[in-house]
Design a protein around this ligand. Structure first.
Ligand SMILES: CC(C)(COP(=O)(O)OP(=O)(O)OC[C@H]1O[C@@H](n2cnc3c(N)ncnc32)[C@H](O)[C@@H]1OP(=O)(O)O)[C@@H](O)C(=O)NCCC(=O)NCCS
Length: 248
């Protein structure tokens, strides 16, 4: 199967109550992402900027707390929609994607995946477990940056590198490291089964991509010297990072 990129715009529910989906090209160019994906990995980016209503499985809807803010409701639905469409790209019927006790999505058996959302954009990166041992995807908007963020998410060696940059580039690079570490977390959480913090990995910048290394023995298959390739792409005001672990 080929890697798939869909930029999908959802339109309001049609009169019969079903959900219409329209695939349209948008200004967003995700080809650097899709060109980097191994075969069999599906990426779906779901743009809900027109503010339409979205429908997801009732079992998923019940995961939202009754007091969830409208923004959270929209993001959650967008993310689940993107994930359902990604499953379809793998030839699987969409099915409810429930949630574990650490908020992780529970994928159908034989599937690995990851979800991110930022405002009106949600992205799901999904594959069969025979093609990947795990995926991670993360979006961070520029407005997540504040001076001092680096002390929370970067190790001392990473901070030393950041101090050499001018203010604008430092802010960008800090967000790249932040996002890369969140992608790592999402890819590894299902394997590791527990929380691990930002100092557990270090990120080395590169022209084309970022490289991550664990600094602690988190996963026996990933000792400290095993590099993890992490893609990075700026989309307007957000940085997108992604990683696809090879099969074990
Ligand atoms: C869980 C976390 C990574 C989510 O990232 P975020 O930038 O806040 O939000 P995003 O929109 O990018 O991602 C949210 C999605 O992440 C997924 N997610 C949440 N917890 C997860 C976990 N434990 N494992 C895998 N995926 C998880 C969910 O699908 C969630 O969306 P949903 O609630 O609608 O299903 C982040 O809140 C967090 O806890 N980070 C601290 C841990 C960390 O990153 N350590 C660094 C290790 S090097």
């Amino acid at each position: 199967m080929l890697s798939v990129c869909l930029v999908v715009v959802a339109v309001p529910m049609n009169p019969s109550g079903g959900l219409d989906l329209v695939c349209r090209p948008t200004q967003m160019n995700l080809s650097p992402v899709t060109n980097s994906l191994p075969r069999g990995i599906a990426l779906v980016a779901f743009d809900g900027s027109a503010g339409e209503e979205f429908e997801i499985f009732a079992e998923e809807e019940r995961l939202l707390s009754p007091g969830a803010l409208p923004r959270r409701v929209t993001e959650f639905r967008l993310g689940r929609h993107a994930a359902h469409l990604a499953l379809e790209q793998l030839g699987r019927e969409p099915e409810p994607i429930l949630r574990g006790s650490s908020r992780e999505p529970i994928w159908p058996s034989g599937v690995v995946g990851s979800i991110t959302h930022s405002r009106n954009l949600a992205i799901a990166l999904v594959g069969r477990s025979s093609d990947s041992a795990g995926t991670g995807v993360d979006l961070e908007n520029r407005d997540r940056y504040f001076p001092g963020l680096e002390t929370k998410i970067a190790r001392e060696d990473e901070q030393a590198r950041l101090r050499q940059l001018d203010a604008a580039r430092k802010a960008e690079m800090t967000l790249e490291i932040f996002s890369a570490k969140e992608s790592i977390y999402k890819a590894f959480f299902p394997r590791v089964g527990r929380y691990f913090g930002f100092m557990t990995a270090r990120i080395e910048p590169g022209q084309e991509r970022l490289t991550g290394y664990f600094t602690e023995p988190i996963d026996p298959a990933y000792p400290r010297d095993r590099p993890m390739e992490i893609g990075r792409l700026w989309l307007d005001d957000s940085v997108l990072t992604w990683m696809v672990l090879p099969p074990d």
